[in-house]
Design a protein around this ligand. Structure first.
Ligand code: AMP
Length: 479
């Protein structure tokens, strides 16, 4: 017997419709590549996303078409998150840290048709344009006044598209299993592999990610995702903000400690998320200048193990609680978050800090186990360590176009991470499996793939800020 409840597809466009209807005046604040700070509301986001959906259709983006972005965290990138996926196309976020040879391989493999890019990346786009066979349309994510002189034939202007189309668009009632976005992960062996997310997997991940024992987001939060929107959907925060009605603050290209701190304070950020290297830059600045955080209460640290000293500095010196999290591109990405159970609140500070060095417990929807070399499940005693295997509705089943064959073992995805799990279900990464087929780290992908081994461009630290002069020409090369 079936239940008698409504059948409604889980769609990314529904998140935006909800945000516009219930949080219309909530703000999205973005530091722009053009150098200034831009501010608008969820209502304007929804209007411009609908306009962009019309523009995409006019440019020939059919359902399932892959539309690529090379962009920082900002409101135009957010509009594309919703316009592309909501209209039935597939948002392919590209990692600008990759070498042009790798990028062009990935774009051709994905068969990207249109590339939207921030002005910072113009030189990179010009270097790959001739190499990529599939992509014929390029859109600079800026206004007419900042359009650069470029070798790119027929280069389009984002704001021209926005002003050319109506803001009425009926989001299609897609099959919830339709593909929504695509992110590639580089391997230690073989070619880069695409992880193709669906509307259903994304919305389920959004529900789970927002939960109190996960990323713990609400309409009272002001969230600044430092973690890039070009890598695994900025850990789901652009979707979580629409679901919860949290204010969003985007740092754009300015990821140095001073720029981040100023934005945290000006916008009264309560929650942030990023990899340890970003936080080190921020902490150095705040400590050297003898500053304090007036509003920030929590920060999510993942992508690499959070150093215990960093955790202590945040918590003891700045009263910012650290949420240590683990995930992967193949997991959309959230797998585990280290949030306390009630009994752990009674522990001493030192004991709590020891718990927090672990990557934490699964959010509902993710199932995990550790196995030995023979694939036999190991006990959860905090001692036995083995390869971490996961399964769940937002975990990859196969890579895009079947690259690399069937990745699953008896229905479980082998993560390549080696871990222990304690009796309370807290997982701790201890190593990487020798046989691992991926080597990740939230955006800083180290690849020895067949395409171009070890040819990643590291971003300078701190990055130039802002990299673009007001008239739109590059002040200096970002790399
Ligand atoms: P990526 O798919 O590029 O985001 O990289 C995922 C990989 O980053 C995982 O398989 C881990 O090896 C590593 N990773 C992510 N979060 C953590 C963490 N909190 N501690 C240690 N390693 C992590």
């Amino acid at each position: 017997m079936h239940g008698h409840m409504m059948q409604q597809s889980l769609l990314i466009s529904n998140l935006l419709v909800h945000a516009e209807r219930h949080h219309a005046t909530q703000e999205i604040v973005s530091r722009r590549v053009e150098g200034d700070v831009h501010r608008y509301t969820f209502k304007e986001l929804a209007q411009r996303a609908r306009t962009m959906a019309n523009a995409l259709q006019a440019l020939g983006a059919k359902p399932g078409a892959r539309i690529a972005t090379l962009a920082w965290n900002g409101y135009r990138h957010m509009e594309l998150y919703y316009a592309v996926s909501g209209s039935g196309a597939v948002l392919h976020t590209l990692n600008p840290r990759l070498h042009s040879e790798q990028l062009s391989y990935i774009m051709d493999h994905a068969e990207d048709q249109i590339l939207f890019f921030d002005l910072t990346f113009l030189p990179l786009v010009e270097s790959i344009a001739g190499l990529v066979k599939s992509c014929k349309l390029f859109v600079a994510m800026t206004d007419r006044a900042h359009m650069p002189l470029s070798k790119l034939e027929g280069l389009l202007c984002y704001e021209d598209l926005i002003s050319s189309y109506p803001d009425q668009f009926a989001w299609p009632d897609l099959d919830e299993n339709s593909a929504s976005s695509l992110c590639y992960t580089s391997g230690t062996t073989g070619n880069p592999k695409g992880v193709l997310y669906s509307h259903r997997s994304t919305v389920l991940h959004t529900y789970a990610g927002a939960l109190p024992d996960a990323l713990n987001c609400s309409a009272q939060d002001v969230i600044l995702p430092v973690v890039p929107m070009f890598h695994v959907n900025a850990w789901g925060l652009p979707y979580i903000a629409c679901m919860t009605g949290a204010k969003l603050v985007f740092p754009g290209p300015a990821l140095d400690g001073k720029s981040l701190y100023e934005l945290f304070e000006a916008e009264q950020v309560t929650l942030s998320a990023g990899v340890p290297t970003v936080w080190q830059g921020l902490l150095n600045y705040v400590e050297n200048q003898r500053l304090a955080f007036s509003s920030m209460r929590r920060t999510i640290i993942g992508g690499a193990a959070c150093p215990p000293a960093m955790m202590k500095t945040f918590q003891n010196n700045f009263q910012v609680h650290v949420l240590h999290a683990w995930g992967m591109t193949e997991l959309s990405p959230v797998g585990t978050v280290c949030s306390f159970k009630a009994a752990q609140l009674q522990l001493s500070k030192a004991e709590q800090e020891a718990v927090q060095t672990k990557q934490g417990r699964v959010v509902f929807g993710v199932d995990m186990k550790i196995v030995d070399d023979q694939g036999l499940e190991l006990p959860w005693n905090g001692q036995a360590s083995g390869e971490l295997m996961v399964r769940g509705p937002w975990i990859v089943r196969e890579y895009f176009k079947g690259e690399g064959g069937d990745p699953l073992v008896d229905g479980w995805f082998p993560t390549g991470d080696v871990a222990t799990i304690d009796a309370q279900g807290f997982m701790q990464i201890t190593d990487r499996a020798k046989t691992s087929s991926n080597l990740g780290g939230s955006g800083l992908v180290l690849s020895t793939s067949k395409i171009s081994p070890c040819r990643i461009r590291p971003l300078p630290w701190p990055p130039a800020s802002p990299p673009i002069t007001p008239n739109g020409t590059n002040a200096r090369c970002f790399w």
